[in-house]
Write a protein of this length. Structure first.
Length: 216
């Protein structure tokens, strides 16, 4: 959501950001980048919906996840949608300003410093001492780690502001890159953890297969 809102705000108000990654006038590459963030938002939303409503049936957890997603959406990409109207853009930037204010002073810090450590701990706690779920793809974890780390690195120099400090860069544009990097690191840690569990599980199994069926 943050990447969609950040890029869309630059895409719509590209004349106000002459040093940004969006050209004036907009080029084919700018439209392709805009399409990319739209597809990313749509695909992640569909994936969350499928994962939320797929069995087993846990109504309370599904309601909590849905409310959390809708609340986050209300303060993320929903305020940007009216700005696609030219008449609205000419009279107000309230949606963009609300997004920047809420994220710069509250949401960004909470997500970076709170959500990622908590998510890593919860996932590790769930998998620790448990057999690896058959639905968990080890290569999927590796792919997510690589993709999100690359996205974080690439967005580090794509989203810029004039002569910022590191705190200012993070507050206004850099948090999306930082969060991508952190998500990639979390997935890397889980990938290594799953590999270690799989390796320790295969050791006794291999020894059992090699041992004689009847004792001497």
């Amino acid at each position: 959501m943050e990447q969609f809102t950040l890029y869309t705000s630059r895409f719509i108000y590209h004349k106000d950001f002459p040093d940004s990654e969006v050209s004036t006038p907009r080029t084919v590459g700018d439209w392709l980048n805009f399409g990319q963030v739209c597809v990313l938002l749509l695909s992640t939303t569909v994936l969350l919906a499928v994962a939320t409503w797929y069995p087993p049936n846990r109504p309370f957890e599904k309601v909590v996840v849905t409310i959390g997603y809708l609340s986050f959406a209300y303060w993320s990409f929903v305020p940007v949608l009216p700005h696609f109207s030219k008449s609205y853009r000419e009279h107000s930037q309230w949606g963009i300003d609300r997004f920047l204010a809420m994220h710069s002073y509250w949401v960004n810090w909470f997500v970076t410093l709170g959500v990622f450590p908590i998510s890593l701990f919860c996932q590790w706690l769930f998998m620790h001492g448990q057999p690896i779920p058959q639905s968990l793809s080890v290569w999927g974890l590796a792919a997510q780690a690589v993709v999100f780390i690359l996205m974080g690195v690439s967005w580090t120099w794509r989203m810029t502001i004039d002569r910022p400090t590191w705190v200012q860069w993070y507050k206004y544009v850099g948090y999306a890159a930082v969060d991508n990097l952190l998500f990639g690191i979390v997935q890397s840690i889980l990938y290594l953890f799953v590999l270690g569990v799989a390796g320790s599980a295969e050791g006794p199994a291999d020894a059992g297969e090699a041992s004689p069926l009847l004792p001497d």
